[in-house]
Design a protein around this ligand. Structure first.
Ligand SMILES: [Zn+2]
Length: 512
């Protein structure tokens, strides 16, 4: 690479409001304010790194001081003496202060003492204080004093990544703007444009990966693109970016999750070995597995979780996830998520990440492999026959049949999965079912709460999409409730029977 190479983030820094990436609301508000002459004495810009806080501050400084116009303008010319000096960070009236290195009160007082003098070349003296939350308490007090009675020619532009660390007394004197994470599509569009300008090849897949890895930050995305260009001599494709990010292909992650949820420990560990040997970073792999779990949950048929078109998977991968979802309950996905979240700091702190990761996989398999209580009951009561309409699963994993309700157990499980806790507990402890089929229940209610039947019927109609008749009988068929069934099975367990025999008068009061 030649020595004159300018990093992309600097080379393509936005120079006017129009070219600010992904901050439409801020641009509209700020330009309207400038056009109508409503200039505040202090602004604060907040947002994650690389969203354009400093760029916006400089553009605003130019807008206030551009010589091509008689007063402040929303469209600074960019070529006059003031505009050029500000863009280069060399204007005598525009002071850029990095709070991280000026935290002492003396520095701050000296700087603010100069505020009383009129600007030399511009209309306004502009103080841009970056990472303002880093100021010491006494420096904040000095700043506050100036903010309370600012000279007419002084404008403060504060920027911070951590707004909560800025004292309220300061915030209340500033006009606040929140810079948002730049959306993936906007970043892609921007990166594609830059690739074009730079005459480098950037495939769509590579661009997508970079834009997602940037996580809303233009600057981070462009640093990655810089790095990718350097490593590939200008031919940036998906494989090169995956290699650079130390990430496994999404298809590989989907395949790993499929193996993991099928309950084949040896195969899952072999897949992890392979991914690891191909150079993937294991913390990144965990991040990708969490991403998978999140989207699989949102796509789950038991949870109509809004728009999922944003999911970063191809049509084939979505179909694969849909099939995996057929046999995995929401409950399992949510338990897997919890274990993964808990493992994040563990993996990061581990001396041997690979060992730690292998153990995590074994723990996850255990969860995936463990059917929930309703699943066990259903398998026993149905003698293993499946009556749901879902296609037969290709593996030995426990079958999840969230769709058809035609047995006491499938009803209990559907209630539980829908988080209908009240209906579930009432049903499992008070209802003796005499007959049940899809669309019809004949039952005896031991407690006789009048609310139960209408609520259950409404829920069933919604859940299954067709009408149900609930026939309440007045004489008990002497059937067990779900809770009693569970207790009986538990009591029949040899381990529990042993435990019970150890304590006189022991009884099972609950199952946890
Ligand atoms: Zn100008």
């Amino acid at each position: 690479m030649d020595n004159n190479y300018t990093v992309l983030a600097r080379k393509y820094r936005s120079q006017d409001f129009k070219s600010l990436i992904g901050q439409d609301v801020l641009v509209k508000t700020l330009t309207t304010a400038i056009n109508t002459g409503r200039i505040a004495h202090a602004y604060i810009f907040t947002g994650i790194r690389g969203t354009g806080k400093t760029s916006t501050a400089r553009i605003l400084a130019k807008a206030l001081n551009c010589l091509a116009s008689d007063g402040p303008t929303a469209t600074p010319c960019g070529v006059c003496e003031n505009c050029r000096a500000i863009a280069a960070g060399q204007h005598i009236d525009v002071l850029e202060i990095d709070a991280a290195s000026h935290t002492g009160v003396d520095n701050m007082r000296d700087i603010l003492d100069a505020a009383q003098y009129r600007p030399t070349n511009g209309r306004y003296k502009v103080y841009i204080i970056d990472e303002v939350h880093m100021l010491s308490t006494s420096a904040f007090n000095a700043l506050l004093k100036t903010l309370e009675e600012p000279p007419a020619h002084v404008i403060f532009i504060l920027a911070t990544t951590e707004i909560r660390k800025v004292p309220v007394t300061i915030l209340s004197r500033c006009q606040r703007f929140d810079l948002v994470r730049v959306p993936v599509e906007t970043l892609k569009h921007h990166f594609a444009w830059i690739a074009d300008q730079e005459k480098i090849e950037l495939t769509d897949g590579a661009n997508e990966l970079l834009a997602r890895a940037a996580d809303g930050s233009v600057r981070d995305g462009l640093s990655l693109l810089d790095q990718a260009i350097a490593q590939t001599a200008g031919h940036v494709d998906e494989a090169a970016v995956l290699d650079m990010l130390k990430r496994a292909d999404r298809g590989v992650v989907v395949a790993l999750m499929e193996t993991l949820l099928s309950g084949d420990t040896a195969a899952a560990l072999a897949r992890v070995d392979e991914i690891y040997n191909n150079g993937a970073d294991l913390s990144m792999l965990l991040t990708d597995m969490m991403e998978w779990t999140h989207w699989a949950t949102r796509m789950h048929p038991a949870l109509h979780a809004g728009d999922v078109t944003n999911a970063p998977y191809t049509a084939d991968q979505r179909e694969q996830i849909r099939q995996i979802n057929e046999r995995v309950s929401l409950n399992t996905l949510s338990r897997i998520w919890q274990v993964m979240v808990a493992a994040v700091p563990e993996i990061q702190a581990a001396g041997n990440q690979k060992q730690c990761f292998d153990m995590l996989v074994v723990r996850l398999m255990h969860i995936a492999d463990m059917p929930s209580v309703p699943e066990i009951l259903r398998q026993q009561s149905n003698g293993g026959t499946r009556t749901d309409s879902a296609p037969a699963a290709s593996t030995s994993a426990p079958a999840a049949t969230a769709h058809v309700i035609d047995s006491t157990d499938s009803l209990a499980r559907a209630l539980q999965e829908s988080k209908e806790i009240l209906l579930y507990s009432y049903y499992t402890s008070n209802i003796e079912v005499s007959e049940i089929s899809d669309g019809h229940i004949k039952y005896f209610d031991r407690r006789g709460d009048a609310d139960f039947a209408p609520r259950l019927a409404t829920w069933l109609n919604d859940k299954t999409g067709h009408a149900w008749t609930l026939e309440r009988i007045t004489e008990s068929p002497h059937a067990h409730t779900i809770t009693e069934q569970k207790q009986e099975e538990l009591a029949a367990d040899p381990l529990v029977a042993d435990a019970m025999s150890l304590f006189e008068n022991a009884e099972i009061v609950g199952i946890k």
